[in-house]
Design a binder for this molecule. Structure first.
Ligand SMILES: NC(=O)c1ccc[n+]([C@@H]2O[C@H](COP(=O)([O-])OP(=O)(O)OC[C@H]3O[C@@H](n4cnc5c(N)ncnc54)[C@H](O)[C@@H]3O)[C@@H](O)[C@H]2O)c1
Length: 331
């Protein structure tokens, strides 16, 4: 109970927020500064513990742990789930829709961090940063000969598949590198894409044969699962690079590995995987044409702070009836 707020009335009206998995302290400070809210951090995210702990809370923040209908059916007080991020495939949407539990996302906090991560993968793969580093550490300074092929971004074409928050942030950076951009997103008007400096294509295969880089930025669902498979990768140029920072499964991992081994494309950068954590026998772990990161596109100091503040502010705004519409998932 907060100091100075310990009368029975205060206690009764205090809203309790479960912080499921710790978030950056800036978001917790925001709750601390608010007299009507208190929080408890829940680090044990096992189903048993969440079933036991969550029923006492009015709201919760959520990182990557799963909120199944089995857990949620115990939470009679829960009014709102506030995702620390924008994806929500870890929540049982049917259950929360039926039971009138709202779902919020940090819509404005993380696009730039993901777009920067895409660029870091594109640059590292194009410039063979990891390979050169390894050669110099092995005192092989002769690695500066022509045997190691590298690529420039200048004048190259990127195909951005999915033109929401992250796609829009990415195109600005790419145009800054003097690249050209095609965009595949059936739900975004041609004029909006044009206003960002891109060219809309209506069929993804149209863009695959001309692009030098493909970066996907759409949700994972039945339409997008395996969107990029072997037959699509085969349409791409020999020096092209595929990046996936969206969700594992949009690009078929087995097909990607096969295509890389057959030199059909130049390389790939992956932040997300079909199974997370990645299985220890996943062949991509042994493929040096791919750069891997453990789902960390938004893990910059700055972004973690922005996300934690937005996650907790969303809960307070929700109960104050002033939540920004763009933060609310339409179920
Ligand atoms: N790696 C990470 O840490 C990380 C962080 C944030 C977001 N993400 C993921 O990135 C993806 C994009 O996030 P966002 O914030 O830009 O989402 P967003 O909702 O703003 O945009 C998604 C876009 O995808 C488009 N789309 C939907 N179905 C499509 C299809 N079949 N073909 C082409 N386009 C389609 C939509 O029209 C929309 O414009 C999501 O999958 C999200 O989960 C990953």
């Amino acid at each position: 109970m907060k100091e100075g707020f310990d009368s029975p009335w205060d206690r009764q009206h205090m809203k309790k927020i479960a912080i499921i998995e710790k978030i950056h302290e800036d978001g917790l400070k925001l709750i601390d500064s608010h007299p009507d809210y208190e929080y408890e951090i829940i680090n044990d995210v096992s189903e048993t513990n969440l079933m036991q702990k969550l029923p006492e809370f009015d709201a919760c923040t959520l990182r990557v742990s799963k909120l199944s209908s089995k857990i949620l059916s115990n939470c009679k007080k829960l009014k709102v789930i506030s995702r620390h991020g924008v994806g929500y495939d870890n929540v049982d949407l049917n259950y929360i829709k039926k039971n009138n539990i709202s779902l919020l996302i940090t819509a404005s906090a993380n696009a730039s961090a993901v777009a920067e991560h895409v660029l870091s993968l594109i640059l590292s793969l194009s410039k063979k940063t990891l390979r050169y580093d390894k050669e110099v550490r092995s005192l092989n300074f002769k690695a500066n000969s022509k045997d190691i092929q590298t690529i420039e971004l200048l004048g190259k074409e990127i195909l951005i598949a999915g033109f929401g928050r992250i796609g829009k942030s990415l195109i600005k950076i790419c145009l800054g590198f003097n690249m050209k951009a095609k965009v595949f997103d059936p739900f975004i008007d041609e004029n909006i894409i044009k206003s960002f400096g891109g060219r809309k294509i209506n069929n993804i295969t149209e863009g695959l044969s001309t692009c030098d880089f493909l970066s996907v930025h759409m949700p994972l669902n039945d339409k997008t699962r395996n969107l990029i498979d072997y037959s699509k990768i085969k349409l791409m140029k020999k020096n092209s690079i595929i990046i996936n920072t969206a969700r594992g499964g949009i690009i078929n991992e087995k097909d990607l590995n096969k295509a890389l081994n057959e030199n059909i494309i130049f390389g790939a950068g992956l932040d997300v995987f079909t199974n997370e954590p990645i299985e220890n026998d996943n062949p991509l772990l042994k493929n040096d044409k791919v750069i891997l990161s453990p789902h960390v596109s938004t893990n910059t100091d700055e972004c973690l702070s922005r996300m934690s503040i937005e996650t907790t502010k969303n809960i307070i705004d929700f109960f104050d009836n002033k939540i920004d519409n763009s933060m609310v998932v339409k179920l």
